[in-house]
Each structure stands twice: as C-alpha cells, then as structure tokens.
Design a protein around this ligand. Structure first.
Ligand SMILES: [Zn+2]
Length: 221
C-alpha cells in the first residue's frame, strides 16, 4: 500500500461529501494497530439520509487489514474565522466536518471569496494543521488575487511593477506584459525553490516570488 502524499486526506464522513469515493483516504480506528490510522476506501456508499452515513469496506494503510465500516455522519462544527484582506480583518464563521483535516495553505470558497488558511489555533496554541474537532479558530486571507512583483531590468537600471493576478493565472518566460507606457518581455521567473529561464516554461501566479523582465523595443512590436 502506497498513498500519494499530496492526496486530500479526509477524516470521517462529511455532509454532502462528493469526493469521498473509491480511493479516498479516511482516518479510522484500526483494531489491529490499536490506533487511528489512514484507511483507503475500497468500496462503499454514502446513505441518502444523515443517519445512514457511510457504509463500506476500507483497508488500513499501516497493517493492510480490511475492515467493514459504518460511520454515522457527524454534525458540522461551527468555527470562528478571521478573514484578512489588505491590512483589514473581519470575523465570520464556518461550518466544517469535525473529522476533516485542515492545514495552513488550504484554500476554500466562502461567501463569494476564495480564502486561504494562514494560521490555526488549537488549545490556545498556533498550529499548522489539525482536525476540525481540535481547532478553535481559523485565520484566513482573501485569496482571489495575488500581487505578482515584476522587475524591469534596463541596463543597470531596475524598476518594479506589480500585477494583480488570479492565483492560477500562468506566466511564461517569453510572455509580453503591458504596463501601458511600456511593454516588457519575461526573462526569468523566480519561484520559492528555483528560477525558471527556459522559453515557454510557465508558472502559476500563486508560486511566483518575482518576475524579471526586459523592455521590448518599440520596433519589435
Ligand atoms: Zn491497521
């Protein structure tokens, strides 16, 4: 058994859960392991009523034991949430499944905005991840757009511009950016762990630390 690291891990059954399908991973008590371990869903279904919950067959990731499980759907937990945007904060509330694992960096849609979790509080302490049942407070920021910094290098002069982009908007080496009074061509893109130089290679705005560019000469337009 080998679970991909980046697979969304869910814990228990969530109301209206559509992504809990064959191959999903849930945390359950394993009688062989004697503790709660990740289990892969082999087959099963979500009942049409809350009481029916999830009925299916799962396999423990740690020991390989196959279990039949029936998990009632739990009432969602209401959590206070701070939403920050450009230096201002508002408070809101969100309902989540108690057994759902949430992490700093998770994105979700709430009241017409894409939000990203920036911090979590559990038992008076800040934490990077936790099950909703253990979390007391969520800090988030509006993540509809990101500010992409662009350096325009002309000889020994460098000036900076900013582009507001959707997080999943792509920028590629060789792309032309238009700042009204000047057009520039992307020369390289700095990402958290590397810099991209090759023509045509693209990165999503959310990962970009800085774009380096050169002015495009008028006659090339
Ligand atoms: Zn086990």
């Amino acid at each position: 058994l080998n679970f991909p690291d980046d697979e969304r891990i869910i814990y228990g059954v969530q109301i209206g859960l559509t992504h809990m399908t064959r191959g999903s991973i849930i945390y359950l008590h394993c009688e062989i392991c004697g503790e709660e371990t990740p289990h892969r869903i082999l087959r099963g279904k979500i009942g049409s009523t809350l009481e029916e919950g999830f009925d299916g067959t799962v396999q423990c990731h740690v020991c390989g034991k196959i279990h039949h499980v029936q998990i009632p759907v739990e009432k969602p937990k209401r959590l206070p949430m701070v939403i920050s945007h450009r230096g201002k904060s508002t408070t809101s509330e969100i309902e989540l499944s108690p057994r759902e694992l949430i992490r700093v960096g998770d994105e979700f849609y709430h009241e017409d905005h894409n939000l990203m979790i920036t911090s979590l509080e559990s038992g008076g302490k800040r934490t990077k991840k936790g099950l909703v049942k253990d979390i007391d407070m969520i800090w988030s920021k509006i993540f509809d757009t990101v500010d992409v910094r662009v350096s325009i290098v002309k000889g020994s002069n460098t000036r900076s511009e900013m582009i507001e982009a959707a997080p999943d908007e792509e920028f590629a080496v060789g792309d032309i950016l238009d700042f009204g009074r000047s057009k520039v061509m992307i020369d390289k893109i700095r990402l958290p762990t590397r810099t991209v130089y090759r023509q045509g290679l693209a990165a999503e705005a959310r990962y970009i630390k800085r774009i380096y560019s050169k002015p495009v000469k008028e006659r090339l337009r």
